[in-house]
Design a protein around this ligand. Structure first.
Ligand SMILES: Cc1cc2nc3c(=O)[nH]c(=O)nc-3n(C[C@H](O)[C@H](O)[C@H](O)COP(=O)(O)OP(=O)(O)OC[C@H]3O[C@@H](n4cnc5c(N)ncnc54)[C@H](O)[C@@H]3O)c2cc1C
Length: 419
């Protein structure tokens, strides 16, 4: 066995949350002296996507965009595979309630961006290659963690690594959370999500659309054009529904599925047809009972998994990473040890309540839209129409969607001097 190799911080999981965390912690502007950081990920090294869009995509808020800029990852993205959306339309399938948002009303360039998850991870990994003090190892799954003499010892493949602070960024089924003995769900949401790339008769025009049905919401998220500068007719869909409904949809052949999709969207983009295969993900919610423990912090899906209906999962994960980096940077400047319990507790206080509010809001939305009673439907749809008509209510919605609400870390705001 090789000699253990020590870093200040060891991040288990180099997905989107872990990757951003590593970059923010090795940014020299964060503290007088950056931390030494190691990332371990069980998967092979991230690769740049090519050709057809990948099925797994994420909508990113304005706050996430600033975080990626400050981390030096945004500039590395391939512009031809990044799609901004300047408007949003949400409606009820009954056709009696609708709300629409436009970036211009919020004085924003974009209401958000749609990116393939692999594209984002590849950009984070690429930016990491130029960071001093950062060692990102792929194909190294952590199999055991031990706490000894106030430090962590982590076993991964044939290697052993030690660190003062361990960050669990290893996703929904976090081994770190489990080995640390922190309870964290799961709770079944009663929904499965069907994801696919589709092609529509009409161009999406940079609008993110979502229709709510009794069985659950269907999102049509605008994808990048096949030819740069051209109009795009491709969308990524997330169709969340009761498992029986998703089973029915999966059993349809491509033509029948396209027809079901066209019907469900009220032909908002004309005829729709599926490109490539459809995939299904059961949607389970999770929330870790604590985000921190002695010398340990959880971020991203390792800490919380929410219903994807508002596309907020990784946006929350990015804010976790940014707040943790901000707290650790401040502590470093004050000469405190990296795993100071009061500092970790501050991270938990700043993030856990916000994430819980978002998780509960998603639960509430889902329940509200599956109610069949007429008075509930009437109230709900009148509410949507009212939000649409009242400028202050629309602004409040947009403010949250852009990620401008709440206790924002410095790096999630536009005026950072390094931007
Ligand atoms: C259908 C669907 C649609 C979604 N749409 C959106 C959206 O539009 N916008 C949005 O913000 N969110 C969205 N989400 C949520 C988003 O995908 C997740 O929040 C995000 O992927 C979580 O990122 P993460 O880095 O925390 O975890 P993960 O992406 O799960 O990454 C975890 C990493 O840890 C590694 N790992 C795991 N175990 C180990 C181990 N033992 N040792 C070493 N490495 C390990 C894995 O290889 C992986 O790289 C959606 C989710 C679903 C299911």
């Amino acid at each position: 066995m090789k000699e253990p190799s020590h870093t200040d911080i060891l991040i288990i999981g180099g997905g989107m949350a872990g990757g951003l965390q590593a970059l923010l912690l090795t940014d020299k502007s964060l503290a007088e002296q950056g931390f030494t950081v190691r990332v371990l990920d069980g998967a092979p090294a991230p690769a740049w996507p090519d050709g057809e869009p990948a099925a797994r995509v994420s909508t990113l808020s304005e706050a996430s965009h600033w975080l990626l800029r400050h981390a030096g990852a945004w500039a590395r993205l391939r512009p031809a595979r990044v799609q901004g959306y300047t408007s949003m339309r949400v409606w009820d399938q009954d056709g009696t309630g609708e709300v629409a948002f436009d970036a211009r009303d919020a004085g924003a360039e974009s209401l958000g961006w749609l990116l393939e998850n692999d594209h984002l991870t590849a950009a984070l990994y690429d930016a990491a290659s130029e960071r001093d003090g950062l060692d990102w190892q792929c194909g190294k799954a952590a199999t055991a963690i031990h706490r000894e003499d106030g430090r962590w010892r982590v076993e991964a493949s044939d290697d052993t690594f030690t660190a003062d602070l361990l960050i669990g960024a290893d996703g929904a089924r976090s081994r770190v959370r489990e080995l640390a003995g922190i309870p964290g769900g799961p709770r079944d949401t009663g929904h499965h999500a069907l994801v696919a790339t589709i092609e529509t008769e009409l161009p999406h025009g940079g609008c993110a659309r979502q229709v709510f049905m009794d069985s659950g919401p269907l999102a049509l998220l605008p994808l990048f054009a096949e030819q740069q500068g051209g109009e795009s007719h491709r969308c990524s869909i997330v169709w969340s529904a009761w498992p029986e409904r998703v089973e029915e949809l999966m059993a349809l052949d491509d033509d029948a599925f396209g027809a079901a999709l066209t019907r469900a969207t009220g032909a908002a983009l004309g005829q729709a047809r599926v490109r490539g295969h459809r995939a299904v993900f059961p949607i389970q919610e999770r929330h870790a009972s604590a985000y921190v423990g002695p010398g340990l912090a959880l971020i991203g899906d390792a800490a919380h998994v929410i219903h994807p209906l508002a596309g907020q999962g990784i946006n929350l994960g990015f804010l976790d990473a940014a707040v943790l980096a901000e707290e650790l940077g401040r502590a470093r400047q004050a000469g405190l040890p990296v795993a100071e319990p009061a500092v970790l507790a501050r991270y938990q206080r700043r993030r856990r309540a916000d994430n819980l509010v978002m998780q509960n809001a998603m639960r509430g939305f889902k329940l509200l839209f599956e109610r069949r009673e007429l008075p509930v439907r009437w109230l709900r749809n009148s509410g949507l129409n009212l939000v649409n008509r009242l400028a202050p209510a629309r602004h409040a919605f947009m403010h949250r969607a852009l990620g401008r609400a709440g206790d924002l870390p410095r790096t999630a705001r536009p005026m950072h001097p390094r931007s």
